[in-house]
Design a protein around this ligand. Structure first.
Ligand code: FMN
Length: 168
């Protein structure tokens, strides 16, 4: 068994595009599936899990999926977010995902910006919980772009090499 799964959750397509780039860069046997369609992780040696940051955290379905991963399983996490790269607001969500996956073997993490429509931003910005990130989000327009997707492919290759060579 040396199959890799790329499982993703995506509402507006940004995380799906990153997931497709990850999948494309992987060598060997591989599948790509929306989270909802994943039935069993037993046949996979490595699982990538991708999600959008929602309200400074993870969508509930993703939270549930990550906590269901068996102890010792090899995984890699990636996310898309509207706030500025490296900012506390996007870091916190990924850090939380890492805590949820603490019993798994995390071989890598990767985050990249993802656009959100101005109409959606306008509505979300009305509630206090969304104010801070929505102020930063207009500059995410155009992301993920070609260089984001190239970085996603490089991330995928690195993680796969770590998995194949038994690192960590
Ligand atoms: C309801 C909602 C809440 C969001 N909350 C955040 C957030 O807290 N921080 C952030 O950086 N981006 C936030 N975003 C922006 C998304 O994370 C970003 O646009 C992401 O790329 C969407 O991915 P998708 O197209 O795969 O659904 C939010 C978007 C939505 C729709």
């Amino acid at each position: 068994m040396n199959k890799t799964l790329v499982a993703y959750y995506s509402l507006t397509g940004n995380t799906r595009r990153v997931a497709e780039a990850v999948h494309e860069a992987l060598s060997g046997d591989k599948d790509i599936l929306p989270l909802d369609e994943v039935e069993d992780l037993d046949g996979y040696r490595l699982v990538f899990i991708g999600f959008p940051v929602h309200a400074h955290s993870l969508p509930f379905k993703v939270e549930r999926f990550i906590t269901s991963v068996k102890p010792g399983a090899k995984i890699a996490l990636f996310c898309t977010h509207g706030s500025l790269p490296g900012h506390r607001l996007s870091r916190e969500a990924l850090e939380y995902a890492v805590v949820l996956a603490a019993k798994a073997r995390i071989l890598g993490t990767f985050c990249v910006r993802g656009r959100i429509s101005l109409e959606a931003l306008d509505i979300l910005a009305r509630s206090p919980e969304h104010r801070e990130w929505t102020e930063m989000a207009p500059s995410a327009e155009g992301h993920p772009d070609t260089s984001d997707l190239e970085e996603a492919r490089a991330f995928a290759r690195q993680v796969k090499a770590r998995s194949d060579h038994g690192e960590r």
